[in-house]
Design a protein around this ligand. Structure first.
Ligand code: GDP
Length: 453
């Protein structure tokens, strides 16, 4: 298996003729800007852009202090360092020049590099080269963008685990498990006149069963991965004017939805994102639920029903100063109690005593005032407590549909092989299923993918 991986990497090593250049730190991100060059002429170009003694590249992986040159004159002072191929991110000769983060300086230096023969890198091209040169597998390469775009600590943790190769290592373990089973089945094919003894048969079955358990855990982690990346969906519903939009704004700490005393203002879905205790949350405010003849409002109510069906948690908001109506009750009853939270808003106003029956019921009820913010912390904690548990596979999650498709195909093939062994089917057929399972895992790692991907 190791041989196979190495072979793939050697075959895939690309000799790119172009040297690419890009600003790694976007201007405005802080006081420092980094210009990165990668390719066969990176060190040569780096020396014309950055002057130091001894010349850049004489001592690799050392930070040098020097002067940045462009248009034939000194434009800045800064630091630079080099990596010789294949010991760099891209697997090519690489130079990084760190100078002051002025957009103008960075632009002048990048233009100089282009004048000297470099080409502006396309988005993601450094990572693409790293993948094609075998420095990263496809799972790791995909994770780089997730790492950059992570909107929550949980998303960041997942992306970091992926980029660092934790998931890749798990997938390689699954591959090794299938290879072990396949090799034993193939022994049966090559030496068909020698019977495989019963102990060996039990071991094959047990080995395959263990691999399947791990693969299924990974497949199941996709829902958690998606939630951790895109956010848990929390939907606010309730009659018009109970304070849903005020609550949305309060929970997001921003002025997202329009708040008015006129019922029926929110017609479309209004969505905002936040992160609580490292968990990403999407909160959606919906049109107030009531019978309406207005076609726009009716469409808004339809959309509200759709998004509630997908929600991880529905919050039914009631107005404590107006009492608890049959409509409120109907709304609560239309959702499973374990994914429905009742919020009594406007507690700053005199409350009606009939509410006590509701509060003493078994439902989870939180009292707040969206206007003053009182009860907000308790509400956030309740929401977090009620969100579904993340089913990770030993802390790892799948984050893309592609991952899920590959693992599901592998599970299907391995399950079929498992059943075939039990039914005493011919070894040739079992081997085909196991090989197909291996191909799916290879696709997941990007060892065997088409040019398009
Ligand atoms: P929605 O139709 O359910 O989205 O309700 P809004 O958020 O638009 O609020 C309707 C009215 O109730 C507005 O005039 C808000 O200022 C008011 N309101 C919302 N929350 C509270 C609250 O906690 N206390 C009081 N006193 N008024 C509130």
């Amino acid at each position: 298996l190791q041989g196979e991986v190495c072979c793939y990497r050697i075959l895939n090593h690309m000799d790119f003729v172009e040297t690419i250049v890009a600003i790694s730190t976007p201007p405005g991100a802080g006081g420092v800007g980094i210009i990165r060059l990668s390719g066969p002429r990176a060190i040569e170009l780096g020396r014309t852009l950055f002057r130091t003694t001894p010349p850049l590249g004489s001592r690799t992986r050392r930070v040098e202090y020097g002067k940045v040159y462009a248009r034939g004159c000194e434009v800045d002072t800064g630091l630079a360092w080099t990596f010789e191929k294949p010991h760099s991110y891209t697997g090519e000769d690489t130079v990084e020049i760190s100078c002051h983060g002025s957009p103008l300086i960075l632009e002048i230096v990048v233009n100089e590099a282009i004048k000297q023969g470099a080409r502006l890198a396309e988005a993601g091209e450094f990572t693409r080269r790293a993948f094609l040169n075998g420095r990263l597998d496809l799972l790791q390469a995909e994770a780089v963008i997730d790492l950059i775009q992570a909107g929550s600590e949980a998303g960041l943790e997942d992306a970091y685990g992926l980029a660092g190769g934790r998931l890749s290592a798990e997938v390689r373990r699954l591959k090794a498990g299938l290879v072990r089973v396949l090799s034993r089945v193939e022994v049966g094919l090559d030496f068909s006149d020698e019977d495989i003894d019963a102990t060996s048969q039990t071991e094959i079955v047990e080995d395959l069963r263990r691999t399947l358990v791990h693969a299924k855990q990974l497949a199941d982690s996709f829902t958690a991965g998606l939630r951790r990346q895109q956010g848990y969906l929390v939907v606010l519903t309730g009659r018009p004017n109970v304070g849903k939009s005020t609550l949305l704004n309060n929970l997001l700490d921003e002025d997202r939805a329009i708040v008015t005393p006129i019922p029926g203002t929110t017609r479309d879905l209004v969505e905002g994102k936040t992160s609580w205790q490292g968990r990403p949350i999407r909160i959606v405010d919906t049109a107030g639920m009531r019978d309406s003849s207005d076609p726009i409002e009716r469409e808004g109510i339809n959309r509200a029903c759709k998004v509630m069906a997908e929600a991880d948690l529905v919050i039914v908001v009631g107005d404590a100063s107006a009492g608890w109506s049959e409509e409120d009750e109907r709304l609560v009853e239309s959702h499973d109690s374990d994914r429905c939270l009742v919020v009594l808003n406007k507690m700053d106003l005199p409350r009606l005593s009939e509410l006590d029956d509701l509060i003493h019921s078994t439902r989870t009820v939180v009292e707040i005032s969206a206007l003053t913010g009182s009860g907000k912390d308790l509400l956030i904690q309740k929401i977090l407590d009620m969100l579904p548990y993340d089913h990770t596979a030993n802390g790892m999650v799948l984050t893309r549909q592609r991952h899920q498709d590959c693992i599901s195909r592998m599970v299907n093939h391995a399950e079929t092989a498992f059943e075939m062994i039990g039914a005493g089917e011919p070894d040739e057929c079992i081997a085909v299923e196991l090989q197909d399972g291996l191909v799916s895992l290879g696709e997941l790692l990007g060892e065997d993918v088409g040019d398009d991907l």
